[in-house]
Design a protein around this ligand. Structure first.
Ligand SMILES: NC(=O)c1ccc[n+]([C@@H]2O[C@H](COP(=O)([O-])OP(=O)(O)OC[C@H]3O[C@@H](n4cnc5c(N)ncnc54)[C@H](OP(=O)(O)O)[C@@H]3O)[C@@H](O)[C@H]2O)c1
Length: 163
């Protein structure tokens, strides 16, 4: 059975390189991006390198686009072996003190980094369960480590206020 992977936020950065790595390991990869223009261009560049990569439009904050991507994946492949929740943003207001954080910024970060992961994962779980050994990889950050944020010896101790 062809191994299928989907990587969110994959038109650039770590997501793009993850698609390339999975392609090199023989996966057929759905390169998910919110922008059709950026996503198509990234997928085309990786196809030129010989990888089996298709673009799929997916904004993790837009449940309709997530549902459409899941429906397409089911119709074309019937299962999913690897989901990489990579899409993420870092935002803060002013000098990043909690007293300067706006609700709009916090909502934007949570919509993408928290609720977006839940939306995508729940939509794709039925297809992951059809794989022999479905895998979910959540890309996090040192800034998301509760252990480091609470460790006075860590450089992240002083940055715990960042959204
Ligand atoms: N780079 C680091 O040093 C570092 C450190 C710790 C953690 N991380 C984590 O690693 C992941 C990738 O980081 P990166 O450095 O590769 O970041 P990046 O270059 O800024 O790429 C982020 C990707 O996420 C996409 N994205 C943002 N919001 C989205 C949304 N609502 N729906 C779908 N895609 C969305 C962006 O799309 P657009 O191009 O359309 O904006 C872009 O493709 C993130 O989760 C980040 O938190 C990175």
């Amino acid at each position: 059975m062809t191994k299928i992977a989907l990587v969110t936020g994959a038109n650039k950065g770590i997501g793009y390189e993850t698609v390339r790595g999975l392609g090199a390991h023989g996966y057929t990869v759905l390169l998910a991006a919110r922008s059709a223009e950026r996503g198509e261009a990234a997928a085309a560049a990786l196809r030129k390198e010989g990888h089996r990569v298709d673009f799929v439009q997916l904004d993790v904050t837009d449940p309709a686009s997530v549902a459409a991507a899941a429906a397409r994946l089911e119709a074309e492949h019937g299962h999913l072996d690897v989901l990489v929740n990579n899409a993420g943003i870092a935002r803060y207001d002013g000098s990043a003190l909690p007293s300067e954080a706006t609700l709009a910024t916090l909502r934007e970060v949570y919509e993408t980094n928290v609720f977006g992961v839940v939306t995508v994962t729940n939509a794709l779980l039925p297809l992951l369960r059809r794989a022999d050994r479905g895998r979910i990889v959540n890309v996090s950050s040192d800034l998301g480590s509760i252990g480091l944020a609470l460790d006075p010896g860590s450089p992240f101790y002083a940055m715990a206020y960042l959204a």
